[in-house]
Design a binder for this molecule. Structure first.
Ligand code: TMP
Length: 200
């Protein structure tokens, strides 16, 4: 059995990840590829419980907050993503580890070495084949965001650091990332994503 492809969608608030993830999944399904749509934080039942907890409570030490996201990710990976990939299913996830780097490391100041150590220890094999960065200036994204959560209230400087964090991640691994201007028409973004996903 050929393992499935693992595709992640990343970006700040209001970038259109959910819309584009749904369009991508539908287009792949229409071509006969089995697809699992999922999201982070969450995705699997216990990880969704952690999502509710993380989004309901703020004020964490940055490393504690990072560890909560990584715990949810480990559960998501073990319970849902890894078995799906092993079964030949393409997994499309709204957010994955790059969000932790952008929000907790770049945004909240958690040490990059702690991020690396946690992922190396708990998720050594969890590497997306393709990551789509839907890039949008944070001010424009926050205006478009449809489902407000506590991170949106963290202020313009925080969201600028998150934005820079995503761009730095993409620059460090250009072969994994497809960077797109999220302000382009929805159909143009979807077509560019599908082309790369079919080749991933
Ligand atoms: P969502 O709004 O994209 O569903 O994600 C919920 C929030 O969680 C979003 O504001 C980004 C934040 N987040 C982190 O801070 N760290 C992470 O590792 C992940 C996956 C999400």
């Amino acid at each position: 059995m050929t393992p499935g492809r693992f595709i992640t969608l990343e970006g700040g608030e209001g970038a259109g990840k959910t819309t584009q993830g749904a369009l991508l999944a539908a287009a792949l399904c229409a071509r006969g590829r089995p697809v699992l749509r999922t999201r982070e934080p969450g995705g699997a039942p216990r990880a969704e419980a952690l999502r509710g907890f993380i989004l309901a409570h703020g004020g964490w030490d940055a490393q504690a907050e990072m560890a909560l996201h990584v715990a949810a990710r480990r559960e998501h990976w073990a319970a849902l993503i890894a078995p799906a990939l092993a079964a030949g299913i393409t997994v499309v996830s709204d957010r994955f580890h790059d969000s932790t780097w952008a929000y907790q490391v770049a945004g909240q100041g958690a040490p990059a070495a702690a991020f690396d150590a946690l992922h190396e220890a708990l998720l050594p094999d969890a590497r997306p084949h393709l990551t789509v960065l839907l890039d949008i200036p944070p001010e424009a994204g926050l205006r478009r965001a449809r489902d407000p959560n506590r991170y949106e209230a963290l202020g313009a400087a925080f969201h600028r650091r998150v934005h820079e964090g995503f761009l730095a991640r993409a620059a460090a691994e250009p072969s994994r990332f497809l960077c797109l201007d999220a302000r382009q028409p929805r159909e143009a973004v979807a077509a560019a994503i599908l082309e790369r996903a079919l080749a991933a």
